[in-house]
Design a protein around this ligand. Structure first.
Ligand code: NAP
Length: 418
């Protein structure tokens, strides 16, 4: 706790906030970044990731840049202390600094309170869920050539069936809707059918499309593929595709070429410096990410497709425990591992911090500190090559495992001596 207070004091003294104007992030040399340890294995993996990120920033910039970590309370500890998992003070701090590096938080089943993750996402309007999935040599992938997997999924986070507009088959609302649809549009819905509504809006589609294309441009990715089921859901998923093309061809004309243009104008050969913008029907996409994953790079999807494809892509590399991601909006970002609190491993020094570290890499990339981010990626690759890994990976490598702390120390050393 003393250490946290110290960090907090430092943060106050050096009050420097990351600025987000539209999609542009401006990062000062000593930004204040709030973090929370999370529940279960959260404290161990978050502390490990922070020590590794600090080492990478120090090495990359010789001390001219540094993160001032600011601890905020959230989750079970906050619940005990303040009677709420997300105290107002925490929310204010996150909104002030616009960013949170977050350990996993427990969502009690059936206790009546909304997931803290969802609350944070809505409060900050974090409309893009971004998950990079890249094979790391040594993971136990089910694919023959897993090294071909290197994709980044942009999942729309605020629209689609996740808006929760639905009614049980036997509710008064469902009955009323059935009557309305029959009398107004002569549409029949079975009397025993529940009803859900799937809204997909133009503004929400276009803002995430802009973010995905900009990410592709800034990170030298080769394509952006819209994944949709527009052949069936024409005015929701089909419209998502059309609105995405509109942004691509009107706002990024000089940067992108469409698949039609690739063949009609360039004889199927990608011109230098351009990004291919195309689309695929969702079912086709699922088989293609398995049979030819190297064909796909940035994937842009509405909420439900994005949910499915994120985990399917994760499975391709053999271990979704090493995945991290970000939820990003125009006014903030939340960076976290893809996995949860794994309570059975809490406090045992066995949890793998690679997932939250991946989120850290992504955070550094968004901050523009790519040199530090690359140092982390290289150190992780080295750890796999040297077979210095935590128990979850050691068990299929057949080697002795390192504890969470020892693994973090190994990575810090690897970064220092890189
Ligand atoms: P989980 O915490 O992801 O754990 C499931 C299993 O994944 C673990 O038993 C373990 O598998 C493995 N695992 C996950 N992370 C690991 C790590 N870092 N190192 C080693 N192994 C790891 O999923 P859950 O048990 O369904 O969820 C537990 C709690 O987390 C729930 O309250 C849930 O709501 C919450 N959750 C939070 C977030 C978030 O904060 N964003 C996300 C997901 C879930 P083995 O048993 O095979 O070793």
């Amino acid at each position: 706790m003393e250490k946290n207070n110290q960090r907090e004091n430092n943060a106050e003294e050096n009050n420097q906030t990351i600025k987000m104007e539209g999609d542009k992030w401006t990062t000062p040399d000593m930004p204040t970044i709030p973090f929370t340890y999370g529940d279960g294995i959260g404290p161990e993996i978050t502390a490990a990731a922070i020590s590794i990120m600090d080492a990478a920033v120090e090495k990359a910039y010789n001390g001219s840049k540094k993160i001032n970590w600011l601890h905020v309370d959230a989750g079970e500890e906050a619940q005990k202390k303040y009677g709420t998992g997300l105290p107002d003070e925490t929310m204010e701090t996150i909104k002030k600094y616009k960013i949170i590096f977050k350990g996993p938080l427990t969502t009690p089943v059936g206790s009546g309170f909304r997931s803290l993750n969802v609350t944070l996402r809505l409060a900050m309007d974090l409309y893009a869920n971004i998950r990079p999935v890249k094979y790391i040599n040594g993971l136990d992938s089910p694919l023959k050539y897993p090294e071909k997997v290197d994709m980044v999924i942009f999942r729309e986070n605020t629209d689609d069936i996740y808006t929760g507009i639905e009614w049980p088959y036997n509710s008064a609302e469902a009955e009323k809707l059935r009557e309305f649809l029959k009398s107004s549009f002569d549409v029949n819905i079975d009397h025993d059918a529940g009803i859900g509504i799937k809204p997909i809006g133009k503004a929400k589609t276009q803002r995430i499309t802009r973010m995905a294309i900009k990410y592709a441009i800034e990170n030298n990715r080769k394509s952006v593929t819209v994944m949709h089921k527009g052949n069936i859901m024409k005015y929701t998923e089909g419209a998502f595709k059309d609105w995405a093309y509109e942004v691509a061809t009107k706002e990024f004309r000089d940067k992108i070429i469409t698949e039609d243009e690739l063949y009609s104008k360039y004889a199927g050969k990608m011109p230098e410096g351009k990004i291919l913008f195309n689309d695929r029907i969702a079912d086709n996409m699922f088989q293609q990410i398995i049979t030819k994953p190297d064909t796909y790079d940035v994937i842009l999807a509405p909420n439900l497709n994005g949910d499915y494809i994120s985990d399917a892509c994760g499975a391709l590399i053999g271990d979704i425990g090493v995945l991290g991601g970000a939820n990003i909006g125009d006014n903030g970002g939340m960076f976290e591992a893809a996995h949860g609190t794994a309570p059975k491993y809490a406090g045992k020094n066995v949890a793998n911090p690679m997932g939250i570290l991946k989120a850290g890499e992504l955070m550094l990339t968004f901050m523009g500190w790519t040199e530090a981010s690359e140092l982390i990626a290289k150190a992780v690759e080295k750890s796999m090559k040297d077979r210095k890994v935590t128990p979850d990976i050691a068990r299929y490598m057949g080697v002795d495992a390192l504890g969470t702390k020892e693994f973090a120390q190994y990575l810090v050393e690897a970064i220092k001596t890189a």
